[in-house]
Design a protein around this ligand. Structure first.
Ligand code: GRG
Length: 266
């Protein structure tokens, strides 16, 4: 199947599932439910939950049982974006071309909407009923994962020499890796498959960050220059895909996603 069609199809299914699990805007307290929905339905690519589903399928999984895990990953991702935009963090007025959550609502509501999405992510993970996944996701997004990456990014923002590898691995890479690993674990795959998917995740998480830096002319691009960073991304893409060989054709969609990440221009 064509990769773009595959992603568009999965995105529709994910959006429907997210719509079903989020409280209605009419439910009390309406303000926070509006803020949560505003942040979730604002044009995100859904690349992480698509990868969760694609890794579940690469391990032989079929059907909708993976959806709570996929939705949890997207809700957690959305929480990080809301909090990242807050005045005390990056202070961004816009996200995905629209006013950021705190600009549209208020700082207090945006903070709480982020907290509520994170909490709902864990609620969905408990629905999925796999304690190992719950533990891995908790570790990936805590102070040794995305939050740790955010802290180092924040503290080193003005320094000349920043630990870009740590920031990329934790702030961006950890959620990519665990999104992929969770799909595999949910199918009950063995250690060999889980390790291969994790290695794939590490490499494409890093590629995603390099491409993001190329788009923003920031981070690695400031240190190494455009051409070198593009070459690094191409190499990482190849290495990422080499970890998929044990899955044969079943990993075609994951491989296609890796290529799309490399080709992203905006
Ligand atoms: C816990 C406050 C807090 C932050 C955690 C992940 C993170 C750290 C902050 C997010 C901000 C950021 C720019 C991270 C780098 C990764 C990245 C480019 C995220 C955007 O991901 P896309 O492009 O987003 O997949 P969409 O809009 O498609 O959902």
């Amino acid at each position: 199947m064509d990769i773009e069609k595959y992603i568009a199809g999965k995105k529709k299914v994910i959006d429907k599932a997210l719509d079903r699990c989020l409280p209605s805007e009419k439910e009390k307290p309406k303000s926070i439910h509006r803020a949560m929905r505003y942040a979730v339905f604002s044009g995100g690519k859904r690349i992480r939950p698509v990868m969760t589903i694609a890794s579940f399928e690469a391990c032989g999984g079929k059907g909708a049982s993976i959806m709570p895990v996929a939705c949890a990953i997207e809700l957690i991702h959305t929480y990080t974006l809301i909090h990242d935009d807050l005045p005390c963090m990056d202070n961004d007025d816009y996200r995905r071309g629209r006013p950021s959550c705190h600009k549209k609502f208020s700082e207090e509501l945006a903070l709480l909407a982020g907290d509520a999405l994170l909490t709902m992510g864990f609620q969905l993970l408990s629905d999925a009923g796999n304690l190992n996944i719950l533990k891995d996701i908790s570790m990936a997004i805590g102070s040794r994962g995305t939050i740790g990456g955010q802290v180092v990014d924040m503290e080193e923002a003005k320094k000349k020499k920043r630990d870009l590898d740590y920031i990329a691995a934790k702030k961006t890479g950890a959620l990519f890796e665990v999104a992929l690993k969770a799909g595999c674990m949910f199918k009950g795959a063995g250690k060999r498959e889980i390790d291969a998917i994790s290695d794939f995740g590490k490499h494409i998480g890093f590629t995603f960050q390099l491409i993001d830096d190329l788009i923003d002319k920031d981070g690695y691009v400031k240190v190494y220059g455009k051409e070198h960073v593009r070459k690094m991304a191409e190499l990482l893409n190849k290495r990422a895909k080499s970890h998929l060989s044990i899955f044969g054709n079943k990993a075609n969609m994951l491989s296609g996603i890796a290529d799309l990440i490399l080709e992203r221009r905006s």
